[in-house]
Every structure is written in C-alpha cells, then in structure tokens.
Design a protein around this ligand. Structure first.
Ligand code: ARG
Length: 263
C-alpha cells in the first residue's frame, strides 16, 4: 500500500522527466505504453527466457529467474512499473534499437563492441565461459577445441570465444538460436563441445543429471560482467536503473537474489 502511494507521489516527477527526455536528442525506449496525455507509465523489458537460472519459464508459464528478480527489485526501488517480455536473444538487441523495448536484461555481458550501440548499467553479476562436453570426451582445455566442432548461442560471448580460437569464418563453429539447443547438440553428437556462460552450463548439468556431460574451466576465458542494457543515449532510464541497482547492492538485496538461486 505504502509503496503504491509512494509510486503515485513520485509519478509526476518521473513522468515530467520522461517528457523532457522525449523532447531531447537523447530520446530512447518504447512509445507503446502511454497514458491519455502521452506520458510513459510503464517500461518494457525484453529477455531471452531460455537461460536458467537467469531467465526461464516456470511450470505456470511465468518468466522467472535471477535477472527477473533483479529488474523487479530495481523497478520497485525507483518506482517504475515493468512489463517483462520474452523476445529472444537476437531480437532483444534489434528491439532496443527500434524502441520496441526499453530495457534488456538477459545475462548480457558488457562488452566494448556492444557499448558502441548500447548503454549498460554498472555490473550486477560476474561470469566467465565454460566448455561443456560429454563426460567421456578427451577434451580437457580450450586449446583441444582448435579443430573440433563447437556449438554456441549465436552472437554471445561464447560465440566470440570460439571465433577467437578458430577464426571468424570457421565452419566448425555452429551457432544456434539458444544455449540449451547448443548443449543439446553436444548430447546428440552434432558438435564436440559447446561454450557458454558458467552458471547456465552448470545449471543445465544439474537439471539434467542423465545427460552425461561435464563442464571444463579454462584460464584463458576472461571475467565477464552482466549489465542491464538500454539504447545508447537513453540516459533517463539508465540513471534510474543505476540508482535502483546501487540501492539493491547496498541493501544486500542483490546478493540475496543471486545467493538464493545459485549454489
Ligand atoms: N553473457 C553472454 C553474452 O552476453 C550470453 C548471454 C545470453 N543470454 C541469454 N539470455 N540467452 O553474450
């Protein structure tokens, strides 16, 4: 109740700043959630919900996971209402560019290349890549994949790691639409291994104990940091997200969310 009242109280300020943003050159975000005065009342969040434990569908068809809890907690802190949509990995980037969605949260690694087109919040999670291969495979390090078939989710940092190893045009790199498909192709034997984000691969192995897969670390994989993503120049939303993120870092809420859903 109190939260709702606070939200209502703050709303005129938020709305005013959004109108200002819309007038400026730094306009960003979707325009499909407006009230009768044409003011934004809601921000649209896009994700690729095939990525447990960060975003996936539960049995009732709800999108759940660490990222969902993180963005909801941020939204609550700064009083913005959110609509969360499963849009898929590649469409996520396009839809932000096209102003169809305002915010991307999808275990997105902050990279210099992406920063040319998008803005990111401060990091909220540290990750790295892992190799996943069959339990009985001889593969034990990244260098062993030099001439092997590697499955990846398209345009992810796992994909880029495979390209760094084999060259950008290597036909031994097989890009798939989702990470679970790439891992499934290891099980099927279409590829020798897959490369993907550590927590997601470990979660997959944990949830599929009969899959006979193992995860392999390699020191040459660098540390990565996840951030929430907005269109470049959408300072209005970025500032709100960073403010909320800082609050949930300070309060311990962020640590609580990640600890709860990871082991
Ligand atoms: N962290 C990796 C990247 O940013 C993979 C993220 C994929 N996320 C997803 N929900 N499919 O490239």
């Amino acid at each position: 109740m109190l939260k709702k009242r606070l939200f209502k109280l703050l709303m005129p300020f938020a709305a005013a700043s959004l109108i200002l943003a819309a007038c400026g050159a730094e306009e960003g975000g979707s325009t499909n959630s407006t009230n009768s005065e044409g003011e934004k009342t809601k921000l649209v969040v896009g994700t690729d919900a095939a990525y447990a434990p960060f975003e996936s569908f539960d049995n009732s068809g709800n999108i759940v996971g660490i990222d969902i809890d993180v963005v909801k907690a941020i939204g609550e802190e700064v009083g913005i209402e959110l609509e969360i949509n499963n849009v898929g990995w590649e469409p996520l980037f396009q839809q932000i560019t096209n102003d169809e969605i305002d915010i991307g949260i999808s275990a997105i690694t902050i990279t210099d290349e992406r920063k040319e087109t998008y803005d990111f919040t401060e990091p909220y999670y540290e990750a790295t890549q892992l190799i996943v291969t069959k339990e009985d495979s001889d593969i034990s390090k990244l260098a062993d994949l030099k001439d092997k078939k590697i499955g990846v989710q398209i345009n992810t940092t796992g994909h880029y790691a495979a390209q760094d190893l084999q060259g950008k045009t290597s036909t031994n790199i097989l890009p798939y639409e989702t990470t679970p498909i790439a891992i499934q192709e290891v099980i099927n034997g279409t590829v020798d291994a897959a490369i993907g984000d550590n927590a997601v691969i470990l979660e997959y192995i944990k949830n599929n104990p009969d899959s006979k897969l193992k995860a392999i670390e390699d020191d040459s994989f660098e540390k990565e940091y996840y951030g929430l993503m907005v269109k470049k120049g959408n300072k209005e939303v970025l500032d709100q997200l960073n403010e909320g993120l800082q609050k949930i870092k300070d309060s311990g809420k962020l640590a609580e969310i990640t600890d709860q859903q990871l082991d």
